[in-house]
Design a protein around this ligand. Structure first.
Ligand code: HEM
Length: 408
């Protein structure tokens, strides 16, 4: 009896001990080498979400792998969903997931693209965007040193012409004021953490960030309203025509000297106008998609069209199967890129509309410009306005343009 008990005891402990001591590995179990090999491959290769996915396989491969806990609780081949397979499915949004939380992104628990987005936002967007603004300012500074202020060449007449009416100036300053507020707060959102926290600390950045976000989100409506107003008021005068070609061929006379005939807006101003309208519209749409998260996905449908037109092929085919978060991340990056380009253009505009050109600011400041300035920079427009002003029939009607006001 004692011998039988001893045999039983020995058998009970001997089998697991033998299994621990030997190199026995249950079928399908991942070894440390497997994991290290996969990590090496990840480190070597393309880290894009889809490349990783192709290399690791999706849920189908996970079923084939079938690695996980078997019915009796030991690691091994399950021929069913495995832990890695499940997490892979979670990661690539391929599982039929349900959640009590309502919302388009509620069932996306892991979104690998978030890391790529974070790196692009913290890296190239800040570096290239900040660089663009810096070099634009440097270029304008050099231009100012070389060319100096563009002066009114001829003798002043003492008379002025109406250039912008009060509602036009209101639209312009609403656009300018809101844009500048958005530019400053937008730059704070992007650079605040690295620029403010190291100097002033978290205590300062906290309230600044709250105000910044509030201003940015709410002033955007004023910008969109002003953009529509400016478009409606000035679109007809900004349609390109033959006079623009002459102006462009001589670069507006900036380098060769002399003045090139121009209508109310010259080709350079038309370029600014269309840049403001197109970039401003793109900023508005991508901004709205950020303001209403997951409600306005823009990129999957845009990429589908670009692929259909063959443009996507230039980039190796653009992805059209985007997770809701990926849509948001692309909106944010696009919003940032467009904003940087527009701010750089506006730097040049502000320069020319203020210190860069004598007499230009009066157009938006007072609404009237010196007649000589108008003759030099917008001769076709000036001739037309002066002809109308001097028309005896208009003088009788008492039109507001009829009586020239002496310049102050
Ligand atoms: C805050 C500084 C700004 C100043 C001093 C300024 C000045 C001016 C001036 C003087 C004009 C009239 C030029 C003329 O009579 O031919 C003008 C026009 C215009 N401004 Fe501004 N502006 C400023 C900001 C902005 C901003 C931020 C935007 C857009 C986001 C903008 C958009 C426009 C557009 C579309 C025009 C008409 C086309 C053109 O003249 O280029 N401005 N601005």
């Amino acid at each position: 009896m004692i011998r039988a008990l001893l045999l039983l005891f020995t058998l009970a402990f001997a089998v697991p001990a033998a299994a621990q001591d030997s190199d026995f590995v249950p079928a399908g179990t991942q070894t440390v080498e497997d994991i290290m090999a996969r990590q090496r491959a990840l480190a070597d290769g393309d880290e894009s979400v889809r490349a990783v996915r192709d290399r690791q396989g999706g849920p189908d491969e996970a079923v084939a792998d079938g690695i996980g806990l078997t019915a009796d609780g030991t690691m091994g081949q399950t021929n069913d969903w495995s832990d890695p397979g499940i997490w892979r499915g979670v990661r690539y949004d391929d599982l039929d997931m349900r959640s009590q939380i309502r919302g388009p992104a509620a069932t996306t628990l892991i979104q690998t693209g978030g890391m790529e987005w974070l790196e692009r936002r913290a890296g190239p967007l800040r570096v290239w965007g900040g660089g663009l603004l810096f070099f634009t300012l440097v270029a304008l500074g050099i231009f100012f040193l070389l060319r100096g202020r563009i002066r009114i060449d001829g003798p002043r007449t003492g008379r002025t012409l109406v250039r912008f009416r009060v509602y036009e100036r209101f639209a312009h300053w609403l656009l300018a004021g809101s844009f500048l507020a958005l530019a400053v707060t937008g730059l704070l959102v992007l650079f605040g953490r690295i620029a403010i926290i190291p100097i002033f600390g978290h205590e300062v950045w906290g309230p600044v960030a709250i105000v910044t976000k509030w201003v940015h989100n709410n002033i955007s409506w004023a910008f969109m309203l002003a953009l529509v107003m400016v478009f409606v008021l000035w679109v007809l005068q900004n349609i390109p025509d033959r006079s623009d070609w002459q102006w462009l061929k001589r670069a507006g006379g900036i380098f060769g000297g002399g003045h090139v005939p121009a209508k109310k807006f010259n080709a350079g101003q038309k370029a600014i106008f269309w840049a403001v309208i197109i970039l401003g519209a793109s900023l508005s749409v991508s901004g709205l998609s950020l303001l209403f998260p997951f409600e306005m996905p823009l990129f999957a449908s845009t990429f589908t069209h670009l692929n259909d037109w063959g443009i996507g092929g230039l980039f190796g085919g653009l992805p059209t199967d985007l997770a809701p978060q990926e849509e948001m991340q692309l909106s944010q990056l696009w919003h940032g890129i467009v904003a940087f380009v527009m701010i750089a253009i506006i730097f040049a505009h502000i320069y020319l509309g203020s210190i860069g050109m004598e007499g230009a600011y009066d157009a938006m400041g007072k609404g009237r410009v010196e007649e000589q300035w108008a003759r030099e920079h917008h001769s076709i427009w000036a001739d037309k306005v002066m002809a109308e002003r001097d028309d005896p029939r208009r003088k009788q009607t008492g039109s507001p343009d009829a009586n020239p006001t002496p310049a102050e």
